[in-house]
Ligand binder design. Structure first.
Ligand SMILES: Nc1nc2c([nH]c(=O)n2[C@H]2C[C@H](O)[C@@H](COP(=O)(O)OP(=O)(O)OP(=O)(O)O)O2)c(=O)[nH]1
Length: 133
């Protein structure tokens, strides 16, 4: 049976209506694809706590994680992901790519021009259409 992972991802918007997008590195699982930064929820954490921890670890800045925008279950070849995308606000510092190949701020309406990790597609559509935001 495939392993199931629960992952939270941050949809962070700046004052120019741009969304923070992160490029997975060539040596990461699901390489060279764009995602919303985040990671796996650990035992005993709620979604917001998990996301705030992951962003501090990965991007060396602080966010406040807010409401869920989209939940999507996607089956990859080797595992099943439950990807939960949350709206988040940057509250301290500037995001730094410590694990990702690149970070960019992308205008909301142009998000679809990136090659997204397949599990992210429904969340990207919701963000573009401003559903639940
Ligand atoms: N963070 C994140 N991961 C995503 C997204 N879409 C998607 O398919 N994934 C997949 C890629 C990874 O296989 C998994 C998350 O793993 P990760 O490596 O980012 O999380 P982590 O830091 O907790 O993992 P680990 O190093 O502890 O193993 O979910 C997304 O939008 N954000």
């Amino acid at each position: 049976m495939k392993k199931k992972v629960k992952v939270v991802a941050a949809v962070i918007e700046n004052e120019h209506n741009e969304i923070l997008c992160a490029l997975r590195a060539h040596d990461m699982l699901i390489p060279n694809m764009w995602e919303f930064p985040g990671g796996k929820v650990e035992e005993g954490e709620n979604l917001q706590e998990a996301l705030e921890r992951e962003i501090t670890e990965e991007l060396e800045c602080e966010i406040k994680a807010c409401e869920v925008i989209n939940r999507n279950t996607h089956e990859y070849d080797t595992f099943i992901i439950e990807l939960i995308s949350l709206k988040a606000e940057l509250i301290k510092g500037t995001p730094v790519a410590t694990e990702h190949a690149k970070l960019i701020w992308m205008p909301r309406e142009n998000l679809e021009s990136l090659v997204w990790a397949p599990a992210d597609i429904p969340a990207v559509r919701d963000v573009m259409n401003q559903v639940n935001i």
